[in-house]
Ligand binder design. Structure first.
Ligand SMILES: [Zn+2]
Length: 559
């Protein structure tokens, strides 16, 4: 009897431990869980797509089966939830585009153009960009000489990171008829060599419109075109996993079937939400309902997102809808994309069907309208857990800040916009109104839910830039002082929370994604530097060493 009981106990214990064996463990980490009940830990166990335990290295090591378990020794590195980009214009990249972001050695530009020319026919246009001469070792503007010798028979156009200047080769200057005698167009500059007076190949602002490439059109069959698009998706996903972005929320439309094919072929390495445009047309709203059934909220990989609308334009172009005129152009206070009544009707109609709605809102009046329409929807249809989204929430009346929490509206913000725009923001809207601009800390203090993203490809996809912007409010080169409106800075821990759990909440997934906790989806990132302790000039230099999506290692740097 006694032996029988021992035997039964042994079986129970054995099967129990067998069940707990992990497919993957991460040990010896500094695990920032974003889980307020267990903020810092050491190790994580994963089985299938799910986290099965978070604990000490000793506890988690007990779940290792020598034959089955993959072990990642984090060696003290920071372990965080996968990044979730709440606003990203994601899609297939151009496989032939020459990516020059983060180039420090200009001679690399020569090499890359040379390699691309070798794969092209004479006359085919060669495009690339995102170079930033302030990052070059010599901090000098590049010139046509850098590319001329490797591209005698092809037009080459390489745009600067901000898109406000291009570098072209002599072939393009010739095709465009730009010589030393060509004057600057209004609002633009043809950069000239101070000694010879010859154009250097740099064309700024409106001078970009002078570009004629005389490009020979690349002939492709529909099958070649489709293959190119497919390769473009693969490139985009590669970029996402290298940056640790395991979740992507696309504002507006995208092609569900492409992501289905990627998933079916085992190539989808980021989870995707796709929406549609806001409408009050009931037949279209019914189509959306069907799409929502096909890609339900309960899914984890491809889901129907929210309905997107635009209420105004941008501060940069002077089209943000403001209550008062722009300081630098008193003739205008921006543009509404539609009359308020029409907008409100659409919001109330779509809300009635139970959709989540996200509205691009930049100016203080644009944001005010968006909040008013969401308020009206509650009034007409009753309050529910709608989590409507104010996309950008860029310039706010101070009196509108508490309304986000009151109405349950999510502030979906992109911290890099702040550091890109601050150079002209104050000039355009003045210091007083700038006090309500990119005001993530004030929103947080007023109880709002934040969700961070990038607005890629307007800004780079790299979340490190957003983290840097959120905690410093300084330009990318790092400036003296405390940053722009330093009262709005966040701590790094807060910034990480709104890049992980915040966006998960915005997509109704906070109960299964965005924190490192038992039962949650195993989307995990390990970084090469400790974001919580490094000086601010190291944040944008931080790289991802591992990206784990749904329990699978989808990227590792080899470090
Ligand atoms: Zn956008």
């Amino acid at each position: 009897m006694y032996y029988n009981l021992m035997f039964i106990l042994f079986c129970i214990t054995a099967s129990c431990t067998m069940k707990e064996k992990a497919d993957l463990v991460i040990i010896n980490g500094k695990v920032l869980t974003i889980d307020k009940d267990n903020p810092i830990s050491e190790a994580i166990a994963v089985r299938g797509e799910t986290i099965t335990a978070v604990g000490t290295t000793e506890e988690i090591s007990r779940m290792v089966d020598d034959r089955l378990t993959k072990i990642i020794d984090a060696g003290g590195r920071l372990v965080i939830p996968g990044f979730n980009d709440a606003h990203v214009h994601f899609g297939p990249l151009d496989p032939d585009y020459i990516e020059l972001r983060y180039t420090t050695d200009p001679s690399l530009i020569t090499q890359k153009v040379k390699a691309r020319v070798a794969r092209s026919k004479p006359g085919e246009l060669i495009k690339g960009g995102h170079w930033e001469h302030e990052m070059f070792n010599d901090r000098k503007w590049p010139s046509k000489e850098l590319i001329d010798k490797v591209s005698p028979d092809n037009p080459v156009v390489l745009s600067r990171a901000d898109g406000h200047s291009v570098l072209v080769n002599s072939y393009v200057l010739r095709m465009s008829g730009i010589t030393k005698d060509t004057g600057d167009p209004f609002g633009g500059e043809i950069q000239k060599d101070p000694v010879t007076g010859e154009p250097t190949g740099i064309l700024k602002e409106s001078a970009e419109n002078l570009v004629k490439t005389g490009a020979v059109k690349t002939e492709r069959t529909p099958a070649e075109e489709a293959e190119r698009t497919w390769q473009g998706y693969l490139l985009a996903l590669k970029e996402a996993r290298e940056f640790g972005v395991t979740s992507i929320q696309i504002p507006g439309s995208a092609d569900f079937s492409a992501y289905e094919r990627l998933r079916d072929e085992g190539l989808l390495t980021s989870r995707i939400d796709i929406g549609r445009s806001l409408t009050d047309d009931s037949s279209r709203l019914k189509e959306y309902l069907a799409l929502g059934k096909k890609y339900p909220r309960e899914g984890n990989w491809i889901r129907f997102g929210y309905l997107k609308a635009f209420i105004d334009g941008t501060i940069g172009s002077g089209t943000a809808l403001m209550f008062e005129p722009f300081n630098d152009n008193p003739a205008t206070s921006g543009l509404a994309m539609m009359p308020y009544e029409e907008f409100e009707k659409m919001v109330v109609a779509a809300d009635k069907y139970g959709f989540q709605i996200g509205v691009h809102s930049i100016g203080d009046k644009g944001n005010n309208w968006t909040l008013n329409a969401f308020e009206k929807a509650i009034e007409v249809n009753g309050r529910r857990d709608s989590r409507h989204r104010d996309e950008h929430a860029q310039t706010l009346l101070l009196s509108d800040i508490p309304r986000f929490a009151q109405l349950g509206v999510i502030a979906s913000m992109q911290p890099t916009h702040c550091i890109s725009d601050k150079k002209f923001c104050e000039k355009r809207i003045g210091a007083e109104r700038s006090g309500g601009a990119y005001a993530w800390k004030s929103l947080l203090d007023a109880g709002a839910s934040l969700a961070f993203g990038t607005d890629y490809q307007v800004e780079p996809l790299n979340p490190m830039e957003g983290l840097y912007a959120a905690v410093t409010r300084k330009d990318r080169l790092g400036e003296e002082g405390e940053g722009w409106f330093p009262g709005e800075k966040l701590s790094m821990e807060e910034a990480l929370r709104y890049y992980t759990l915040g966006p998960a909440y915005a997509q109704f997934m906070e109960a299964r994604k965005g924190i490192l906790k038992k039962g949650y989806l195993a989307d995990i990132v390990i970084t090469d530097k400790d974001l919580l302790t490094i000086p601010e000039d190291q944040i944008m230099k931080t790289k991802v060493d591992y990206t784990i999506a749904g329990g699978k290692v989808v990227y590792s740097s080899g470090r």
